[in-house]
Ligand binder design. Sequence first.
Ligand SMILES: Cc1cc2nc3c(=O)[nH]c(=O)nc-3n(C[C@H](O)[C@H](O)[C@H](O)COP(=O)(O)OP(=O)(O)OC[C@H]3O[C@@H](n4cnc5c(N)ncnc54)[C@H](O)[C@@H]3O)c2cc1C
Length: 287
Amino acid sequence: MYDILIIGGGPAGVSAALTAHSRGRTPLVLSNPIESNPLARAERVSNYPGMPDVTGQTMLEVMTAQLDVAGIERVESKVVQIMALGDRFLCAAGSEVYEGKALILAMGHMPQRGLPGEQTYLGRGLSYCATCDGMLYRQKTVAVLGFGAEAPEEAAFLAGIGCKVLYFGRGPKPDRWDDAMEYHQAARYTIQGDGSRVTGLEADGSLYAVEGVFLLRDSVVADSLLPGLEMHDGHIGVDAAMATSVPGVFAAGDCVGKPYQVAKAAGEGNIAALSADRWLTASTEGV
Ligand SMILES: Cc1cc2nc3c(=O)[nH]c(=O)nc-3n(C[C@H](O)[C@H](O)[C@H](O)COP(=O)(O)OP(=O)(O)OC[C@H]3O[C@@H](n4cnc5c(N)ncnc54)[C@H](O)[C@@H]3O)c2cc1C
């Protein structure tokens, strides 16, 4: 059981973790690898104090190293589901579940809207994680919507355990490719079902009969990740203390709104961690 689970290891998440640690809390940072962070593509960042003219990749490496030096635990994994259980939160990432008393969402820019059918069929044939749910679909035909950096690998895992995989990508066939999979390209998707289970995938007007759909993005629409989270214009709604509509859940950085800037993300991460610390003191220690 950690004091604070932090989802996202960009500037907001790192700043939140350092502050939480300095307040004597045990944070755990759960994040995709640095390479999948959009900031890693920045050729030059020149407006962040103390790190003049660095590439985005270097900036992220320096920040991550600071976590390691401080002894802050981090796990490279994508969180696919969060459950609020009253006095604690469970985060499912890969095949593991992590438990924390408070939560900070620092997931960066998120998909604005889900696909048609996504909310209806999540957990009913639609999954965000091949490793977690793949075994349920052995010997069955599944569609993989490969929108994230790890998607080809996750799809190959499904093929390897005996799923017939129809892979849908947005560009040329990925380099890492398992020839057992069928490759398709499309721009518009609808998840089809009979109201209770997925029955197919519509891609640019063509219908494919499948029993499961794996929607593999680097991030998950925030209100699918944590039901009940209030959103405003595609961003997580927060107050001045970075508190969301769910008690014990705070948010910071690009996921709460513009300007999309490193300095703003780091500042908000700091506020979110101080607020989470105060919330833990008040709620779990009865002060
Ligand atoms: C090309 C480019 C150039 C830029 N240049 C500048 C600049 O010069 N100056 C400046 O101030 N800003 C710049 N920015 C903006 C800056 O990158 C962002 O404002 C900043 O990174 C936001 O920090 P964050 O921590 O909120 O989110 P991010 O840095 O995006 O970090 C979020 C992390 O969380 C991960 N994540 C998301 N969902 C999940 C999940 N479900 N499970 C696990 N991990 C998850 C993401 O993969 C990512 O690694 C640039 C951005 C880009 C794309």
